[in-house]
Design a protein around this ligand. Structure first.
Ligand SMILES: Cc1cc2nc3c(=O)[nH]c(=O)nc-3n(C[C@H](O)[C@H](O)[C@H](O)COP(=O)(O)OP(=O)(O)OC[C@H]3O[C@@H](n4cnc5c(N)ncnc54)[C@H](O)[C@@H]3O)c2cc1C
Length: 499
């Protein structure tokens, strides 16, 4: 913008610029477009990831994907997995899946094991279909904030004036550095090898996560889509060859043996842990995904936490940009997501250290106990934005009948709006604002357009946020109290996070 407040001729205008088209930036762009937000997404790479990196979508992510029509295309490609087992000295020690089996209010009680590239390609394709393709092979030269938003200059020379910028540019974030957001890194001196490939082994192949206990628990076998398997091997030095990693797998699995017919992808990574001091600055610039939290892969939380950031942020931008919600609503993004990130770091930190250090000497069993204790993070289902009761909890999913067709509750909620679900018989003559979709669900005895056998939320009116957490609830005889809460001006409070 020049001194007279006018934009230079070559400046494009958009609502939001997303820097980075990894899975989290792509998800921000996709959700934004669903909500009718004009999003430009920029990435320095030539195309979406082809192989490697994150490998598991948790149960909450699967619900999010269902909410926005992405589930059906991904689910058949992955492999479901809800069981972890421990082996030591060639012998079976234990097997557990109870933290998945005990989940309530969801259909898919497992991880979907699937490479990150499948999600990236799906989202990249969806954006192309709606003429909102990622601007590839382009990086960011500068970002300046001004009175109406942000002016971003690209390596192509093009400039984009937008209301907001989202830094989804990964662990080495340019956006984070540009705005000098502190990101203090802890390095626990733990180095892993990761190998994806097609294997040959006399060990029975099962769809379970297997942790091998040798001297320490330094080898984990992860089932994956198609004919691929993944191995994580703790090496504790950056100076190793993949042959040495394969030798370590064989030592842990003995008396069984394993070799790779084909290695599809491999990587070395030294564990780094950090959470950004701020998740937004100047009320204009936000960080999501690895740009604001990095940690060890243990527990498979990196990608899942980043996707949950996207689902938390984009509906708030929608309410501010399209429904005139107060800007303070955007501050709740950091208030809600930073505590989750800190908890995720604590979880993965505890898990990764337990592979090396154990008071009892049984690292693999310690590992399983930590998973059990921290299952709320690992499944994603323990995250809530409120202290207690219904408010702030995730909406349970269950079967609902639409006339005579069986559907699920999650198919009725809408990411572009709030949904007021009225469970039970009551007459109301209230006019709810445009950003609230109202659905009455009757009990089985009465039936109607929508009805259910479930007693969950019986005789309650439940106001559901676009990301399917409960904003507020009230008994049916106090439904008019919700009308007051459905005022756009009231959408400024953040909730307290707990797992
Ligand atoms: C080597 C490696 C191995 C991993 N292995 C695992 C694993 O085994 N399991 C697991 O759960 N997780 C793993 N992860 C972590 C997981 O991949 C991340 O949590 C996830 O990718 C985060 O997504 P994101 O979109 O936030 O960031 P990223 O996926 O890092 O995407 C950032 C995007 O921003 C782009 N970008 C960066 N800077 C700029 C710029 N200046 N201008 C334009 N574009 C820019 C990049 O090209 C990239 O496309 C791994 C990560 C790495 C790096």
């Amino acid at each position: 913008m020049n001194t007279s407040g006018e934009l230079p001729m070559s400046t494009r205008v958009a609502d939001v610029v997303v820097v980075g088209a990894g899975p989290v930036g792509l998800m921000c762009a996709y959700l934004g477009q669903l909500c009718g937000i004009d999003v430009v997404v920029i990435d320095k790479s030539e195309g979406p990831l082809e192989v490697g990196r994150a490998d598991a979508l948790n149960a909450r992510t699967l619900q999010f994907l269902e909410l926005v029509g992405l589930f059906d295309e991904l689910y058949p490609v992955g492999k479901t997995c809800n069981t972890s087992s421990v082996w030591a000295d060639g012998k079976f020690v234990s097997r557990q899946s109870k933290w998945w089996d005990q989940l309530e209010g969801c259909l898919h009680k497992h991880f979907l094991m699937i490479g990150q590239s499948h999600l990236e390609k799906l989202l990249d394709g969806k954006l192309r279909e709606i003429d909102a393709a990622v601007k590839r092979s382009t990086s960011i030269e500068s970002i300046e904030t001004n009175s109406t938003g942000c002016l971003t200059t690209l390596s192509t020379g093009e400039r984009i004036q937008s209301r907001y910028v989202i830094g989804a540019d990964g662990a080495h974030s340019f956006v984070r550095d540009r705005f000098e957001i502190p990101f203090e890194i802890t390095r626990p001196q733990i180095v892993w090898a990761v190998i994806d490939g097609v294997i040959e082994t006399d060990f029975p192949k099962v769809p379970e996560i297997i942790v091998f206990q040798a001297e320490t628990s330094d080898v984990a076998w992860i089932p994956r889509e198609g004919d691929i398997d993944r191995f994580y091997v703790r090496m504790d030095t950056k100076d190793f060859t993949m042959d040495e990693a394969v030798a370590k797998i064989n030592r842990a699995m003995q008396p069984h043996t394993l070799s790779f017919k084909e290695i599809v992808w491999s990587s070395k990574f030294a564990v780094k842990e950090s959470v950004a001091e701020n998740f937004f600055v100047h009320d204009r610039v936000f960080l999501v995904g690895d740009a604001c939290h990095v940690h060890s892969v243990n527990g498979g939380q990196g990608l899942n936490t980043g996707l949950a950031d996207a689902f938390n942020l984009m509906w708030k931008l929608n309410m501010v940009l399209n429904f005139e919600a107060p800007k303070e609503l955007l501050r709740s993004y950091e208030a809600e997501r930073k505590p989750v990130a800190l908890d995720v770091i604590a979880t993965s930190g505890e898990l990764v250290r337990s592979t090396k250090f154990s008071a009892s000497g049984t690292h693999a069993e310690d590992y399983v106990k930590i998973v059990e204790k921290r299952a709320g993070n690992i499944t994603g289902m323990g995250v809530r934005y409120g202290d207690s009761g219904l408010n702030g909890s995730r909406l349970f999913d269950f079967e609902v009948f639409n006339d005579n067709a069986r559907v699920r509750l999650y198919s009725l909620v809408d990411y572009t709006k709030f949904t007021l679900l009225i469970f039970g018989e009551c007459k109301f003559d209230l006019k709810f604002p445009e950003f609230v979709k109202v659905i009455q669900i009757l009990p089985n005895e009465v039936q109607g357009e929508f009805w259910t056998d479930s007693r969950q939320y019986e005789n309650q009116a439940v106001l559901v946020r676009p990301d399917s957490y409960i904003q507020e609830s009230a008994p049916l005889n106090k439904i008019d109290s919700l009308l007051e809460l459905c005022s756009i001006k009231k959408l400024n409070s953040s909730k307290v996070y707990s797992a």
